[in-house]
Structures are given as C-alpha cells and as structure tokens.
Design a protein around this ligand. Structure first.
Ligand code: SAH
Ligand code: TMP
Ligand code: ZN
Length: 409
C-alpha cells in the first residue's frame, strides 16, 4: 500500500516509506479508571518529499490534542539536559547577546529550562508555550511566558509589543510543528537584521544510522537534514548559516538560520551537506532499508521479551518516554510482558501508558524488589539513569537496550 500526501513545507508529493500502523497519542497517559474506548488513535507513517526531501509524517494530529494543560513532559527532569541548556545560554550570552538590551524569544520554552538562565542574567525575553502545565512552572520561576502556540500572528503581536529579537530559539519543538511555513515567516518578521534563529531537533542521519525508530511518534512531525532545512529556509527568506551535531536525545543537529544574505554560511554546512549526499539520506531506498531494520528490531525485541517471560524472568520498563509509545504499541508489549514502567514524572505516575495500558510507577517501585531485567525506554538518558541506578546492576540486574540494536548490558 502506498499513500501519497502533500509536503507541509513545499506542497510536493510525499512518498511513504514506513507504516507503524494504528498508534495512540504518545503523551496521553490514562487515568486507571478512564474510558479506554475514548482513546485517540491515528495512522503513524513516514514519507519523504520528492521535491524538497523533507521527511515527515503522512498524517497530522491536531495540535490541541497533544499540547494542552495536561501535557506531561517537563524538560527539567534530566540533570544532563539542564546542563546542556545552561551551557547554550552561556554561549548565547557570550556571542549573540552582547548588544544593547537584546531580546530573546523561545518557542516551546516548556518549564523554562533554558530561559531561566537568560532571565537570571537579566536578558529581556519571552517564552511562547501553549501547554499550561509546563508554562505555569516557567512563570513561577519568574520567566515571562505567553501561553499560546507560536505562529505568524503570534510573531506579529510580539513584534508590536516587544520589538525585534536578536535570537529566536527552539529546542525539540520546531520538528513538532506541521504548519512550519507560518512559523518561519513569523521568525523572518521578528528577527533583527543580524539576528539568528537557532533550533535543535533529532537528526534524520542519526535516526537512520542507529535505527532509533522510536523517535517517530505523533509529536515528531518532521525529521530534518541540513539539505531539507536549507531548502525550507530558502522558501521563507532565511538561510542556513551553521550546523552543529550535538549528542543529546540520541543525536541531534543544532541549526542556525539568518535572514537571507545576512551571514556567511560556515564550512560545517557544506561538510554536513556532503556527508548527507554520500550517505544518500535523500534517497527513499535508504529509508526503506531503515524500515527493514526497524522490522528486524521489532521481531528481535518481541522474541527476547517472550523468551524471558517463558524463563520466568521479571522484566520492567524504565522511563515512560513519549518514544516508548511507539515501541510498546508497535512491538506489542503490554502489562503481561512488563508489569510496570517506572518514571520520575509525577504527572505520569499512577497512570497507564497510551495504547498498551502498562501502569506507570514512581522510581521507588524499581527497587521493590529489583527485577531481573529493565527495558530502558529512556535510552537517551542511559548514562544518567545507569549511574543513578548502580545498585540495580550490583543486585545482578541487567539492562535491555534496543538502539542501535537489541542487546543486554
Ligand atoms: N524545549 C523543551 C521542550 C520540548 S517539548 C526541550 O527541549 O526540552 C516541545 C514543546 O513545544 C512542548 O512544551 C509543547 O507544548 C511546545 N509546542 C508545541 N507546539 C508549539 C508552538 N506552535 N509554539 C510554541 N510551543 C509549542
Ligand atoms: P525523554 O527521553 O523524552 O527526555 O523522556 C525521558 C523520560 O524519562 C521522562 O518521562 C522522565 C523519565 N526519566 C526518569 O524517569 N528518570 C531519569 O533519571 C530521567 C533522566 C528521566
Ligand atoms: Zn517538500
């Protein structure tokens, strides 16, 4: 079956290369007594645009279903990510924010993990964040937050009240936004002539190289490359002037856009474009091979878990990530294989995972008593979690990973 759709960047034809089937909203954790027949599902499938090469979902979930007052992802939940954002804030202070009273806008500021550091430094700022749950946490820290979706009309409004921005920043947010033309025209209107739009998101090159298929879920609509971002920028009066590979969340790229002609692109842009060309990241055959590896991982993980269950081993999940919705629903992992998943986020605890209805428990449940194996859904936080849970391994426990392949460590 091949379903075409229209590219959300350029209107070209998008050809499908993988179908995960019926999937729930990745962050819709159910109350135990919820009406399960009301759960929302959609077809999660990916394709590539034959014109601009943007990889994207074939079907879009309405934004209000995903980002609302009960959105349960709090960015400050990882110490490693807190440091990552503080370091970026320091770098911006030393480079882009040295002018007279610079203004910074963050799109998707969440609980203020990045803007907090700029606010502390006295920088004039505004976070734009539609999810009330996390926006309220940012506001309570003294950060200025506008509780709405960022789009062209928001940008025009901010321009009227605050003036132009030296820096517009978005982490793990731009890839969430199908109506991206509105975002980029808003950015182009709001930027100072020498200002920059910096954004970082999961990198298609890393997803393909490491078969990290769980980066694909409702909220991740686009999977960027330097090439697709360059084309997208050019359509909106912007230009890709720098790229930087960063190790967070399993491999991301931090892109810097400027108004077209305002800055000289760095050599890093040409280097990454050349690497993508050599790796044939724009070729649907490469993406179909990725799909074959995804199926192999699915069968291996299913076989491992059912084998362990047959041997009487106790396995639990670690990290009720949004990513894990794709893994559990696609592989077919329910409470009979994983009696619970533990997670440090209070808003997820004592609820059920979307679609597969595995109970979510606080981290204290992990050691009570330790299981034989833990399936690490938060594999992008492996160092932090394994260090914190050293006693698990000392008790004889083993971790199960599935990126880049299924293995026990
Ligand atoms: N920047 C944080 C949060 C990423 S989660 C981090 O890197 O950890 C994505 C965030 O984008 C959510 O908080 C969501 O509410 C927000 N978001 C989604 N659509 C948005 C839009 N159009 N404008 C602003 N924020 C948006
Ligand atoms: P993420 O991979 O999308 O950042 O989500 C990480 C999830 O894992 C989030 O729900 C918080 C949870 N988590 C823990 O339970 N313990 C931890 O030590 C860390 C870092 C995250
Ligand atoms: Zn396109």
């Amino acid at each position: 079956m091949s379903n075409d759709s229209q590219c959300r960047v350029c209107g070209g034809a998008v050809r499908e290369f993988f179908d995960f089937g019926r999937q729930p909203l990745s962050d819709a954790f159910l109350l135990p007594n919820a009406d399960q027949s009301a759960e929302f599902f959609f077809r999660l499938a990916t394709g590539i645009c034959g014109d601009c090469t943007m990889v994207q979902l074939m079907e879009e979930v309405p934004r209000d279903r995903m980002f609302h007052d009960e959105y349960p992802y709090y960015s400050s939940g990882s110490a490693y990510m807190r440091t990552h954002f503080e370091e970026l804030a320091k770098r911006l202070l030393a480079t882009e924010l040295t002018g007279d009273d610079p203004f910074v806008v963050e799109v998707g500021c969440n609980d203020g993990v990045m803007l907090g550091a700029l606010a502390d430094a006295g920088i004039r700022h505004l976070g734009v964040e539609p999810s009330g749950s996390v926006a309220d946490v940012a506001a309570a820290k003294g950060i200025k937050v506008r509780k709405s979706f960022f789009e062209l009309s928001t940008a025009e409004d901010i321009l009227r009240t605050e003036g132009k921005a030296a820096v517009i920043y978005a982490a793990n947010t731009l890839c969430h936004i199908p109506y991206i033309g509105s975002i980029l025209s808003g950015v182009a209107a709001l930027l100072e002539p020498t200002g920059v739009f910096v954004f970082e998101d999961p990198y298609l090159g890393d997803i393909v190289a490491r078969t990290s298929f769980d980066q694909i879920y409702d909220e991740h609509f686009f999977f960027f490359t330097a090439r697709s971002v360059q084309a997208m920028a050019a359509r909106n009066g912007l230009e890709l002037v720098d790229v930087e590979r960063i190790p967070v969340h399993g491999g991301e790229v931090r892109y810097t856009l400027a108004l077209a002609g305002a800055r000289q692109p760095t050599a890093a842009v040409a280097d990454l474009l050349a690497e993508e060309k050599a790796d044939k990241l724009d070729d649907i055959a490469t993406l179909r091979r990725f799909g074959e590896k995804v199926l192999a991982t699915k069968h291996e993980l299913a076989a491992l878990l059912s084998g362990l269950a047959a041997d009487g081993k106790r396995v639990v999940g670690y990290g009720a990530t949004a990513k894990s919705a794709t893994v559990t629903n696609f592989v077919g992992i329910g409470p009979e294989l994983l009696p619970f998943v533990c997670d440090s986020t209070p808003a997820k605890q004592n609820r059920l995972t979307p679609g597969t209805h595995i109970p979510v428990q606080p981290p204290q449940a992990f050691s009570d008593p330790y299981p034989d194996y833990a399936l690490l859904f938060a594999w992008n936080h492996a160092d932090e979690i394994m260090a914190k849970e050293q006693a698990f391994r000392e008790s004889g426990g083993k971790w199960i990973l599935y990126v880049p392949d299924v293995r026990i460590v």
